[in-house]
Write a protein of this length. Structure first.
Length: 449
């Protein structure tokens, strides 16, 4: 059972994030109104329900002339109860909209589940905000139990039961509503994807919360460490899509070698999807990782604020430039995908931009190594390996034409280069895990007496 403080904090966060939810719903509604040719009342049913529901919640909230603890408690309870009613209705609205979209054979550009997944992700961000600002844990009822992860798996089992229930409801609606039905496989894949998405998010968050809780106990006992163990979680989240992307490119280059065009098209499509995920995760979690490392370093006695601030600033600039370049390149490819001259020019320019970005990233790695060396951090020499591998990547990009000639054929060279990419990625991941494992051990202690 949660205490009154936790319940009040949950209600307060829901109040704050309800405004963001309305903004997101309004954006999706406008996009669907502009892009999709289907009936907007069907296509944007979840968005409409959310906006109307939260407006009613805001209008119906208790209003008092004087704001005190009792008024805030009633207000938070009001939002807690409203979300308990609103979330199931939104999910039912989503199911109904999907069935009706198939029934009306509507042309849909924006995927129906994109808004729901965004809404669930917003709730996920809200939970992290709750932990950071109120020290309220989502898994608080069983956080101190020995069978913590068994309890986490039980919650995932409940999510599975909820997903199956929603599937059964959608299946019944699919039978009851007249017209051409939704293919059963589509419904299964839709709810399976949503279940996996939500379950993976919750499981990863549960690991994060567990590590965060245990480390707070260590800090309260006076133990200081260089890096949080959650950094292993962050780099793992980045590593998995990056590894899948590298393997996909390796397999694609093999099918290019044997002229299997059917498989080439399939893996290129899959690679594009994974590539987007990889790029987004790499940029987002690089910032998260950097600030997490800063939070740990600030507790050390020998801590240089200027050096760390400089590294963080460079990282932010790197992420910003990478994001702009990535978005601009995707827009360019979309606009000029049939123009061969424009694509050749784009390839030349993008090569030099890639080199410049890699050099910039290498500078960040060098500064990180120098910081660790000056403070005699354990095994700091291992930080030289990512610098070396990134430098090799720069050489490969600059001299790709010469490398292809040396490797006797462009197709063979693609296989070798993608194989190197996968191997170097695994090496960097292993090194980072080893370093974080060493740096997460007690480095200094504080005597509170």
């Amino acid at each position: 059972m949660r205490d009154e403080r936790s319940i009040n904090a949950l209600g307060q966060v829901k109040r704050k994030f309800s405004y963001y939810a309305i903004v997101i719903a309004a954006i999706f509604f406008v996009l669907k109104l502009i892009l999709n040719s289907s009936l907007i009342l069907i296509d944007a049913l979840p968005e409409i329900i959310l906006i109307i529901g939260l407006i009613i919640t805001s209008i119906a909230k208790p209003n008092e002339d004087i704001e005190d603890e009792r008024v805030n408690r009633n207000l938070n309870e009001h939002y807690n109860n409203s979300f308990k009613i609103l979330v199931p209705i939104i999910l039912l609205g989503y199911i109904l909209s999907v069935v009706l979209l198939f029934r009306t054979k509507a042309l849909v550009i924006i995927s129906p589940n994109l808004f729901i997944n965004t809404f669930l992700f917003l709730i996920f961000i809200g939970v992290i905000y709750l932990l950071k600002n109120y020290k309220i844990y989502l898994n608080e009822p069983f956080l101190e139990k020995e069978n913590y992860f068994s309890s986490v798996l039980k919650i995932i089992a409940y999510i599975l039961i909820g997903s199956v229930t929603l599937y059964v409801i959608s299946f019944l609606l699919n039978i009851i509503i007249p017209g051409q039905g939704v293919p059963s496989l589509v419904l299964v894949l839709m709810f399976l994807t949503s279940f996996l998405n939500l379950s993976v998010q919750y499981f990863l968050y549960s690991i994060y919360e567990y590590n965060h809780y245990k480390e707070n106990i260590r800090i309260s006992d006076g133990e200081i460490f260089i890096a949080s163990t959650n950094i292993i979680l962050y780099i793992s989240i980045v590593f998995v899509p990056a590894l899948l992307y590298g393997i996909t490119n390796l397999i694609t280059s093999y099918f290019v070698l044997i002229d299997n065009y059917t498989q080439i098209k399939l893996f290129i499509t899959f690679g594009q999807y994974i590539g987007i995920t990889k790029s987004v995760y790499n940029m987002v979690f690089l910032v998260i990782l950097t600030y997490s490392l800063k939070g740990s370093l600030m507790r050390l006695k020998d801590y240089s604020f200027k050096e760390v601030k400089r590294i963080i600033s460079l990282t932010n600039i790197y992420v910003l430039i990478s994001s702009v370049v990535y978005i601009a390149s995707q827009i360019f490819l979309l606009l000029f995908h049939n123009n061969s001259m424009a694509l050749m020019l784009f390839q030349t320019i993008s090569t030099w931009i890639s080199v410049a970005i890699l050099i910039f990233y290498t500078i960040i790695l060098v500064k990180r190594f120098l910081y660790a060396r000056r403070r005699s951090f354990p095994s700091n020499n291992l930080l030289l390996i990512p610098i070396t591998l990134t430098t090799i990547n720069i050489i490969i990009v600059l001299f790709s034409g010469l490398i292809k000639k040396l490797l006797n054929g462009s197709n063979n060279s693609l296989i070798y280069l993608h194989a190197y990419e996968v191997v170097s990625l695994i090496i960097i991941f292993v090194i980072n895990v080893v370093l974080v494992f060493k740096y997460s051990k007690t480095y200094e202690t504080i005597d509170f007496n």
